[in-house]
Design a binder for this molecule. Structure first.
Ligand code: ADP
Length: 169
């Protein structure tokens, strides 16, 4: 027999999509779009990580996500520090969403998902794959292109492109 854990938690499907989002790219937004199809409520949360020195402040990163996703009712944008799984508990999320781009993401994501499960067996990680055109894309590539004077149209939303331009001008 299997015992099914805290299903109450999963009646309203609250999904948490955590990340650094420094800055948000069209790859992240592709995952947001897919997660919205599964969620009653999707919380996109900017992780405050004292070990990373992000280009954009937490507030700027949230602002860019808001600008790229305005008008979607069941979407919330916030930030958090500490363990993702503790934040998921706090906001009543039964699922953590992560994007899987390639095999190279797998090892780290697999390890993190199992560690989170150990911390709370009632919270599952859902992996979503982006559209193929975004599988090569990550935030550090975007930062590097702009730093070297390249054009990031078509890989980040227009409001992010504008913020990047200002940051490096
Ligand atoms: P982290 O530093 O937590 O990896 P990111 O903001 O880079 O933060 O990524 C958050 C999540 O989004 C991760 O699960 C990552 O794999 C996923 N992700 C990042 N870029 C893409 C992309 N281009 N396509 C799909 N998923 C992505």
């Amino acid at each position: 027999m299997i015992t099914i854990g805290n299903l109450m938690n999963k009646n309203e499907k609250v999904l948490l999509y955590p990340g650094t989002f420094d800055p948000i790219t069209l790859g992240h937004l592709d995952i947001v779009k897919r997660a919205l199809l599964l969620a009653d409520k999707l919380i996109v949360a900017v992780a405050i990580n004292p070990n990373k020195e992000p280009l954009f402040s937490t507030e700027e990163r949230m602002e860019m996500i808001r600008g790229a996703t305005s008008g979607i009712d069941k979407l919330e944008i916030t930030s958090y520090d500490g363990l993702t799984v503790h934040f998921a508990e706090k906001v009543g999320a039964g699922f953590i969403v992560r994007g899987l781009r390639a095999i190279s993401d797998f090892e780290m994501e697999f390890q993190m998902a199992l560690a989170n499960r150990r911390l709370n067996d009632d919270i599952d990680t859902i992996f979503l794959m982006p559209s193929q055109e975004y599988t090569y894309l990550n935030s550090s590539l975007v930062r590097e292109i702009v730093r070297l004077g390249g054009n990031v149209e078509g890989i980040v939303p227009p409001n992010v492109s504008e913020m990047l331009r200002k940051k490096f001008s």
